[in-house]
Design a protein around this ligand. Structure first.
Ligand code: ADP
Ligand code: AMP
Length: 216
């Protein structure tokens, strides 16, 4: 977890590769559905464009459907979910029924003064969702994704106006999750203002080598 632009998607891609677990990004799933004009995409679009959260009932069932896939049986990484206390409670319920425990909640701490620059400079792959930045992490070939070669674009919700709403939503609806997870001793706070590689190494250090998934 972390505010918009904290680096969640960037780090999640690397964590997913190193720990060999699927990266499940609710934002990426919504965006894929929007570009494919699905019913889910249609239902989510107006909320996303306005910088608001998609309603809990839609988001929660989407994530649980995804977690029921075979590739999640040895672990998974959630990026952008849960984002409300209701989603957090629903996830707890789902996991307890499945007999699965959350190993860690990684909180990327990034003060607001970094966020505007990160968000307005962000460019995203239309196919795999990889995140780039015009200055801090440009693609090797301009306009093309390093990973899959697809076009990279600026997200419609990465504007200064939408950002204000998204930061407010984070403060009001998502930040309270910190108090939910902290007492359970699984919250790992990592300074997200360092360079991308340094943040990644710090996340891995705090997760510990013991959690690497060798089953895949
Ligand atoms: P989130 O998923 O939390 O919204 P992203 O991973 O998409 O954030 O990162 C937001 C923007 O900031 C992207 O343009 C990304 O390339 C850039 N970025 C991510 N981490 C860092 C970092 N540690 N230093 C500088 N820029 C970063
Ligand atoms: P992200 O890619 O994580 O920045 O998410 C982009 C947008 O998708 C958010 O601003 C929300 O509108 C929507 N979204 C993503 N995840 C969630 C979630 N867990 N709950 C509600 N809306 C979400």
């Amino acid at each position: 977890m972390g505010p918009p632009g904290a680096g969640k998607g960037t780090q999640a891609k690397s964590i997913s590769l190193r720990y060999r677990i699927p990266h499940i990004s609710t934002g990426d799933i919504f965006r894929k559905n929007i570009s494919n004009n699905t019913t889910l995409g249609l239902a989510a679009k107006s909320y996303i464009d306005a910088g608001d959260l998609v309603p809990d009932n839609i988001t929660i069932s989407l994530v649980f459907d995804r977690l029921n896939n075979e590739d999640c049986k040895d672990g998974f990484l959630l990026d952008g979910f849960p984002r409300t206390v209701e989603q957090t409670a629903a996830l707890d319920n789902y996991l307890s029924v499945k007999g699965v425990q959350l190993d860690a909640v990684v909180l990327l701490s990034v003060p607001n003064e970094f966020i505007l620059d990160r968000m307005t400079g962000r460019r995203s792959c239309t196919l795999c969702g990889a995140s780039y930045h015009i200055r801090y992490n440009p693609p090797v070939v301009a306009g093309k994704c390093d990973i899959c070669g697809s076009d990279i674009i600026q997200r419609k919700d990465d504007t200064e106006e939408t950002l204000r709403e998204r930061l407010e939503v984070y403060e009001l609806q998502t930040r309270p999750m910190i108090d939910y997870y902290k007492p359970r001793g699984i919250l790992l706070e990592v300074n997200g203002t360092k360079g991308i590689n340094e943040v990644f190494e710090n996340i891995c250090d705090s997760l510990g080598a013991g959690k690497v998934n060798d089953n895949n």
